[in-house]
Ligand binder design. Structure first.
Ligand code: CO8
Length: 258
C-alpha cells in the first residue's frame, strides 16, 4: 500500500489528486508539497489528460499548512517554505488543462490558497473557506493575500484576511471565491464537470484557460489582442473544422485535440 500523502487516480481522461493525511485534516507539510509538485510534473508530460480534479480525503479539503511543521521555523525557513508552496501552486495554476477543486470540507489557510490556485472551485455543503492565519500570529504565505484579492476584490479580501473569519459554501459563491455550490457528492460532481470539459475541443479549452489567466491583470486592449490571436489560432486546428461541421450536420463532434 502506498504511503504517499497524495493519491493519484485516473478516471478516463481525468486525473484525480487526493491529498491524503486525514488524521491531520490533510495539512500541507513538505511531503505533500513534494508529492504535488511531482504529480504536476507528471501531468505536464501527459497529453492524454483533459482535466484534473483536486480534493481531500475525509472531512477536510486541506485545513492549511501544517502548523506542527511550521511552529519552530526560523524566519528564513518560513520564507523558504512559503516560496516553495507558492511555486508549487503557481505550477498547478499553470497546468495547460483545467484544474477543478472539489472542496468537500475545510479549505483554510493554505487549503483556501490551494483551492484558489484551481480554475473551477466547487463547494460542497460542508465546504468552509478562510484565511485564519492572523489567529496564529502570521499571514497567508502560499499566495493567499494576492489570489484572494484578485478573486473577490480588495474589500472582501481585507475583511477575510484581517478577521480570519470563515465562509461557508453559499457566501463563498456569492463573493466569487467559489465557482458554484454543489449538493451531494462534490467529487462526483467534479468528475462530471471534468467529463464535460473533456468532451469539448481540447485545443480550445487549453487556449481559453491560457488567455484568461495570462491576461486577467492586463489592460482591455492588450487582453483583447491576445484573445484575437488565440481565436485565430483555433482556425488552424482540426477541432475547429470538426466542431463547426458537427454543429451544422447536427451530430456530436468527435474532437482529436489537433
Ligand atoms: N496543521 C496541523 N495539524 C492540523 C491542522 C493544521 N493546519 N489542522 C488540523 N490539524 C490537526 C489537529 O491538530 C488535530 O490533530 P490531533 O487529532 O492529533 O489533535 C486533527 O487535525 C483534527 O483537528 P481538530 O481536532 O482541531 O478538528 P476540529 O474539527 O475540532 O477542528 C479545524 C477543525 C477548525 C479545521 C481546526 O483543526 C483548525 O482550526 N485547524 C487549523 C486551521 C488553520 O489555522 N489553518 C491555517 C494554517 S496556517 C497556513 O495555512 C499558512 C499557509 C502559508 C504557510 C506559509 C509557510 C511559512
Amino acid at each position: 500500500m502506498s504511503d504517499s500523502p497524495l493519491k493519484v487516480e485516473r478516471h478516463e481522461q481525468t486525473v484525480v489528486l487526493t491529498v491524503s493525511r486525514p488524521k491531520a485534516l490533510n495539512a500541507l507539510n513538505p511531503a505533500v508539497l513534494d508529492a504535488l509538485d511531482q504529480a504536476i510534473t507528471d501531468l505536464s508530460h501527459d497529453d492524454t489528460v483533459r482535466a484534473v480534479v483536486l480534493t481531500g480525503e475525509g472531512r477536510a479539503f486541506v485545513a492549511g499548512a501544517d502548523i506542527s511543521a511550521m511552529r519552530s521555523f526560523s524566519a528564513i525557513q518560513a520564507e523558504t517554505f512559503a516560496g516553495r508552496g507558492q511555486r508549487v501552486f503557481d505550477r498547478l495554476a499553470a497546468l495547460p488543462v483545467p484544474v477543478i477543486a472539489a472542496v468537500n470540507g475545510f479549505a483554510l489557510g493554505g487549503g483556501c490558497e490551494l483551492a484558489m490556485a484551481c480554475d473551477i472551485v466547487l463547494a460542497g455543503p460542508k465546504a468552509l473557506f478562510g484565511q485564519p492565519e492572523v489567529k496564529l500570529g502570521v499571514i497567508p504565505g502560499f499566495g493567499g493575500t494576492q489570489r484572494l484579492a484578485r478573486r473577490v476584490g480588495l474589500s472582501v479580501a481585507l475583511d477575510l484576511c484581517l478577521t480570519g473569519r470563515n465562509v461557508g459554501a453559499d457566501e463563498a459563491v456569492s463573493i466569487g471565491l467559489a465557482s458554484r455550490r454543489v449538493e451531494g457528492d462534490v467529487l462526483q460532481e467534479a468528475l462530471a464537470v471534468a467529463g464535460t470539459i473533456a468532451s469539448m475541443g481540447p485545443v480550445a479549452v487549453r487556449l481559453c484557460k491560457r488567455v484568461l489567466h495570462e491576461n486577467v491583470d492586463v489592460d482591455l486592449a492588450t487582453g483583447q489582442a491576445a484573445e484575437r490571436t488565440a481565436f485565430g489560432l483555433c482556425f488552424a486546428t482540426q477541432d475547429q473544422e470538426e466542431g463547426m461541421a458537427a454543429f451544422l450536420e447536427k451530430r456530436r463532434a468527435d474532437f482529436t485535440g489537433s
